[in-house]
Ligand binder design. Structure first.
Ligand SMILES: N[C@@H](CCC(=O)N[C@@H](CS)C(=O)NCC(=O)O)C(=O)O
Length: 204
């Protein structure tokens, strides 16, 4: 059994979608970031960064417990453990890695930066606009990709889709204006968002 420490943010959703989609049994341990539950000594012992998500798999590799932070590391762990949602064909893996990294290291951190600026006490509009523009540019590139491909990394759904979906869904909820005008991306998001495992994962 896996314990998932998370909240309903893009990073929390990413990890939970991975567990749900990979069919791994887990217990959700909600973490209230506003109350600082991610900064307690117990939490910091799991992730010294004091950030969700974290999983503890009590039956990790070799039957030993393992603790993992970083939402994309959790996605990869879930895919490896279950043997699901990453291409087995070596020729498809470079596009898969690229898609996964774009979703996890371009889209989501830029979104986090936008949130950090607009939620700050004295938001600096030009800086917010700059990062929003960067975010929209990533979405534009994804829109072009999804005009030609069914899924983020090709013709099969993968954890790259789950990573991208977590960021996109969160952006749609908080800064919908930044997500307007991308029909192919929206077609893809409608399909990913309708998956039962994804729907379960979003209910925090
Ligand atoms: N790179 C990390 C980022 C994790 C992260 O930024 N978590 C946020 C919520 S989305 C958090 O816990 N923020 C609270 C804090 O930093 O104090 C990941 O992918 O898991």
């Amino acid at each position: 059994m896996i314990d998932l420490y998370a909240a309903g943010t893009s990073n929390g959703m990413r990890a939970r979608i991975g567990l749900e989609e990979c069919g791994l049994a887990y217990t959700l341990k909600p973490v209230d970031i506003a109350k600082g539950e991610n900064k307690t000594p117990q939490f910091l012992a799991m992730n010294p960064n004091g950030q969700i998500p974290v999983i503890v798999d009590h039956e990790g590799p070799g039957g030993k417990p393992v603790t993992i932070s970083q939402s994309t590391a959790i996605l990869i762990y879930a895919a490896e453990k279950s043997g699901r949602h990453q291409p087995k064909d070596a020729s498809k893996r470079p596009a898969f890695w690229q898609a996964l990294m774009s979703a996890s290291t371009d889209v989501t951190p830029t979104l986090g930066t936008v949130f950090g600026i607009i939620r700050g006490k004295d938001p600096h509009a030009p800086t917010a606009d700059m990062f929003k523009g960067r975010f929209r540019n990533y979405l534009k590139v994804w829109d072009d990709v999804l005009a030609k491909r069914k899924y983020a990394a090709g013709d099969e759904v993968s954890i790259a889709d789950f990573s991208l979906y977590a960021g996109y869904a969160r952006a749609k909820g908080v800064i919908p204006d930044a997500c307007e005008g991308f029909a192919h991306l929206q077609r893809w998001a409608d399909e990913i968002g309708a998956r039962p495992a994804v729907q379960r994962a979003l209910k925090f």
